[in-house]
Design a protein around this ligand. Structure first.
Ligand SMILES: [Zn+2]
Length: 356
């Protein structure tokens, strides 16, 4: 038994007595111990809880941060993809120029360098993006160098450039390409034959433009007794451009130029028609060049010689024109089509073969 006396400081008040027996003291000690243990336990557990809460927040914020980074990377890749696409367009234009000027040997390796394959956009690897950026930068530098060389070449060879076919022979918004260059089934014989030009379908009367500066070497219908094939083109205009190119405009309705007349690029020379062997109003446009085989004017894909219009899949077009040997199957040009000067040599060879 424990007796506690509580003595007030004021002596007028009574002294109070509190009695604890052993049982009460034990209960009090037990309660106190439990409370103390709870306090100590929670204090010991606190760092773990705090650490966990902190960690959760950290992970959450990192996740938000990484989402932002991912989004930025995605945007960068979208921009890069569009840059790559426009770079490819420019590369194709440059490759076209290199091809039409016959500069492959002068401008380094030539050929195609399209390392810029567009990857699946869901593949958002940073290292991949860096690699693509590097490739993009290299291609830009190469393109710039080629453009510099091309403009130097154009400045130094202004006359040759003016005499190189490089525009559409009809207004861009008035034609439909109905038959490309290459093997096809003939609409007349139903047999496979080689189409040496482009058929550009357009309403009768649509203007036809000279595609480069030159001299008209033929205007009218070619005599049947000399060649049935050329006679079938109906009213035809042939322009001789300097020494390396001849362009042919077939099935014309009206002809606006005469033989030996000088014409400028973009000048109207005839109108689209349906003359000769033709099933609908269209222009048959041919480009012949002797750059590949000097002295022999072979038919080449005119689409490559049209810089003011973008065809679908031009990269493939260029690739094919460089590797294909299909253009070896062609009618030789009548000697009167190829003009004067150095061409006289070609003319006599051409005549010999044609008469043989
Ligand atoms: Zn045709």
């Amino acid at each position: 038994m424990i007796e506690i006396q509580i003595v007030p400081s004021d002596i007028r008040r009574n002294v109070r007595y509190v009695f604890f027996d052993r049982r009460r003291v034990l209960v009090a000690i037990c309660v106190l111990t439990v409370v103390l243990a709870a306090i100590l336990g929670s204090m010991a557990a606190a760092p773990t809880v705090i650490r966990k809460v902190y960690k959760d927040n950290y992970v959450k914020s990192m996740r938000v941060e990484s989402d932002i980074q991912r989004e930025r990377l995605r945007e960068a890749i979208v921009q890069m993809t569009s840059l790559e696409r426009s770079l490819e367009d420019h590369q194709v234009r440059v490759e076209k120029l290199i091809t039409i000027y016959g500069l492959e040997h002068n401008l380094g390796q030539g050929g195609f360098s399209f390392p810029l394959k567009s990857k699946d956009s869901s593949d958002l690897q940073l290292s991949d993006a860096q690699h693509r950026e590097e490739a993009l930068r290299h291609s830009m530098i190469r393109l710039q160098q080629q453009l510099d060389l091309l403009s130097q070449y154009e400045a130094a060879n202004a006359a040759m450039v003016r005499h190189t076919p490089s525009i559409l022979p009809v207004p861009a918004d008035q034609f439909v390409l109905t038959s490309p260059f290459g093997m096809r089934i003939s609409p007349f014989t139903r047999a496979a034959d080689f189409h040496k030009g482009l058929d550009l379908s357009a309403p009768t009367g649509t203007p036809i433009y000279a595609t480069a500066d030159g001299i008209v070497s033929f205007a009218g219908q070619y005599p049947l007794r000399l060649s049935a094939n050329w006679w079938r083109f109906g009213n035809v205009v042939v322009i001789n451009h300097s020494d390396h190119f001849v362009t042919i405009y077939g099935h014309c309705d009206t002809i606006k130029v005469r033989r030996a007349q000088e014409v400028q690029q973009g000048q109207m020379i005839a109108t689209v028609g349906n003359s000769g062997w033709s099933t609908n109003s269209h222009l048959h446009y041919e480009v012949r060049s002797d750059l590949e085989q000097p002295g022999t004017y072979v038919a080449i894909d005119p689409r490559i010689y049209i810089l003011n219009y973008q065809w679908t899949n031009e990269a493939n077009l260029l690739m094919r024109s460089r590797t294909s040997k299909e253009y070896q199957d062609f009618d030789p040009l009548p000697p009167s089509f190829t003009g004067k000067g150095e061409v006289v040599r070609v003319r006599s060879k051409g005549r010999g073969r044609r008469r043989a």
